[in-house]
Design a protein around this ligand. Structure first.
Ligand code: SF4
Ligand code: SF4
Length: 446
């Protein structure tokens, strides 16, 4: 097992952490299957409002590859189809029934996974709504089944500061993990299984067979365990730039699907925010935000990632790739004589606040401490970037329409961790600017 040493990142001592217990939430009266949060997809609706669907039945597909299906997480009636600008499909909402009727497939055991023709395995995963869990670098689009990647990274700790703990996801799912790993071995000989240092003990406790497959541990400095940061640390050749990655929860879902022949409907979600620590929650896919968090404090921002992710409206549902809900308080706004206050609980990269000396748990809020202004060349963004990029230089190249320069500066190595935007004293949305440029370049090349 190798220990990754990330040179940069944010060793942030945040007060809000999810509790390590796990609770189960009941099936809500409606669930949503989101298309709007899936990158690069061109969704094509397959159902109509009022139509009854079974659990695991296709709701929409991707026009670029209509064999990839996005399926219903419950049995019930299609209540609403929500469209966004230019009638782009955003979400299909299902009014749930209390009993599930599943779309049934033939279960496949470990030997079956090893012996199954590769095409058949891919077709089965695509039809079952699980293939899209495998993502391809650098654009993090759905993996191409005809390609054999030089490496697949298994992200045991997801990609967020508060992603669910692997030992909680793995509880009662060791066989599904083994099945998932057997699936990955059909596509690549090099599997890199990465977990946070602080998760290792829990993984050993839950299953020795799982712990023995961990190839790398990453320090607890965000985003050391993020698959994009891991790839940057361990890649040895250019071919690995197009490696694949998968999160532990999606790997377990793949395994469960093949072993049981049914779409796995549950996931683990963490809720973090002000107040008491919340337990991990075992919930249905597509859970409404209101059922997860109840009443949200006024003016708070709810996001699916601490430093990046989607902003959730009150009536939103949790998407397939989302498993953290962050409630970030509005904050006090402009503080009287704020410059003279010690800031003992304020997160800081520089030594602006005393919290940098005392390591007291920092409290995050939405206060921006000013408006966007021009770059002041402070280099904070460069000092924090885990992938050794110079985000300000890349941004300036992009603003000058010099894509070649931006690419030469490593644009496609950005893992979209969000830290550069977080630390920028000029409030420049660097991650968004780089991310949009990466997506535009990828779309152009496609
Ligand atoms: S450029 Fe910004 S978002 Fe991209 S990896 Fe560096 S810090 Fe993270
Ligand atoms: S952190 Fe912001 S102000 Fe400082 S160099 Fe980067 S972009 Fe410019």
């Amino acid at each position: 097992m190798k220990i990754l040493k990330i040179p940069r990142g944010f060793d942030l001592n945040v007060a809000e952490q999810p509790d390590l217990s796990c609770t189960h939430l009941a099936l809500p009266s409606s669930l949503g299957c989101c298309a709007g949060d899936i990158p690069h997809i061109r969704p094509k609706l397959l159902v109509k409002e009022g139509q009854r669907v079974n659990t695991g039945e296709a709701l929409f597909t991707d026009k670029r590859d209509t064999t990839i299906q996005y399926v219903s997480p419950a049995t019930g009636q299609v209540k609403t189809v929500i469209y966004g600008p230019r009638r782009r499909l955003m979400e299909v909402v299902i009014a749930t029934e209390s009993e599930d009727e599943y779309v049934e497939y033939d279960p496949v055991d470990l030997n079956g996974i090893v012996g199954m023709p590769r095409d058949e395995l891919v077709a089965c995963l695509k039809k079952g709504g699980l293939w899209q869990g495998l993502l391809r670098f650098p654009a993090l689009d759905c993996a191409e089944p005809d390609h054999s990647p030089a490496m697949i990274i298994v992200a045991m700790d997801g990609n967020d500061l508060f992603s669910p703990r692997p030992d909680i996801i793995l509880k009662d799912n060791i066989a599904a993990f083994e099945a998932g790993m057997a699936i990955l071995r059909r596509f690549s000989n090099r599997l890199s299984v990465v977990c946070r240092e602080s998760s290792l003990e829990g993984i050993w406790e839950i299953g020795r067979s799982v712990a023995e497959q961990i190839t790398h541990t990453a320090p607890d400095i965000y985003p050391a365990w993020h698959p994009g940061a891991v790839l940057y640390q361990i890649k040895q050749q250019a071919a690995e730039n197009n490696s694949w990655c998968i999160r532990l929860d999606h790997l377990v879902m793949m395994g469960r699907f093949l072993l049981s022949g049914r779409y796995p409907v549950e996931k683990i979600v963490t809720i973090t925010g002000p107040g008491e620590r919340q337990p991990h929650m075992r919930v249905r896919q597509g859970m409404p935000l209101s059922a997860l968090v109840g009443k949200i404090p006024g003016n708070s921002l709810v996001t699916t990632g601490r430093f990046n992710g989607r902003i959730l409206e009150k009536d939103a549902h949790i998407g397939l790739f989302e498993n953290t809900v962050n409630i970030i308080e509005a904050g006090p706004g402009e503080e009287m004589f704020g410059f003279a206050r010690p800031g003992l609980d304020k997160p800081t990269l520089s030594s602006t606040f005393l919290s940098s000396l005392f390591r007291r748990p920092a409290k995050m809020d939405c206060t921006l401490h000013g408006e966007e202004r021009a770059c002041i060349n402070c280099s904070y963004c460069e000092r924090i970037c885990p992938n050794d990029l110079m985000p300000a230089f890349i941004m300036k190249a992009l603003h000058a329409d010099d894509l070649e320069d931006a690419l030469a500066l490593g644009l496609m190595d950005c893992c979209r961790c969000g830290l550069c935007s977080f630390v920028c004293p000029s409030k420049i949305e660097l991650t968004q600017i780089l991310s949009d440029a990466m997506d535009a370049y990828y779309k152009d090349k496609e």
